[in-house]
Design a protein around this ligand. Sequence first.
Ligand code: 5GP
Length: 207
Amino acid sequence: MKRGILFVMSGPSGTGKGTVCAELLKTEPIFLSVSATTREKRKGETEGVTYNYLSEEEFKALIETDEMLEYAQYSGNYYGTPKAYVEEQLSKGRDVILEIEIQGARKIKKKFPEAVLVFVTAPSMEVLRERLVGRGTETAEVIHQRLARAAQEAEGVDEYDYVLVNDQLDEAVDRLHGIIQSEHFSMKRNLDFIHEIQAQAAKFTEN
Ligand code: 5GP
């Protein structure tokens, strides 16, 4: 069976990557990995759905036992992708999506060069700032930290395969569908099929 494709979505907080992913999942047969984190649960988040909330000791134990596909520190907390779920879905031929920051995305690309990295961005830094302020979940200091981080993250974007500008949600979701479809039809992912066709063609010329 053909393995599923691993898609990685990154982008500064406030770009709406979570919303784009949530919309995508409504129609695309793709499986979202639930990360582990040591950060505090925010209002409206659900244990086991938004994140698995762990203590630092618990998180480090998972690193020790090699149960994390990747992990990174972000704004003073640990975030990581549990390995088992991703491996299981990919081996069943299902596509998986990770919503992770840039250091983690780079680690994934090293481990899985065939993974597809999508960088989500707001149309401008001003729009990003307005979205973060409007969300009202973070203090001014955290917003400042996150904008500074967004500027830093922009430096690693050339390692990504696609850029997704999230100006209009429905359009961004459509474009993401398009990216996923294109990857499924890419020649490098269909070489076995093409070789099979070529073998069949060779038989015709033999007869
Ligand atoms: P937040 O605290 O806003 O939920 O997430 C902060 C950042 O951590 C976001 O950029 C988010 O994508 C990233 N993140 C969430 N889960 C993971 C993960 O498993 N690994 C890594 N490397 N980053 C993650």
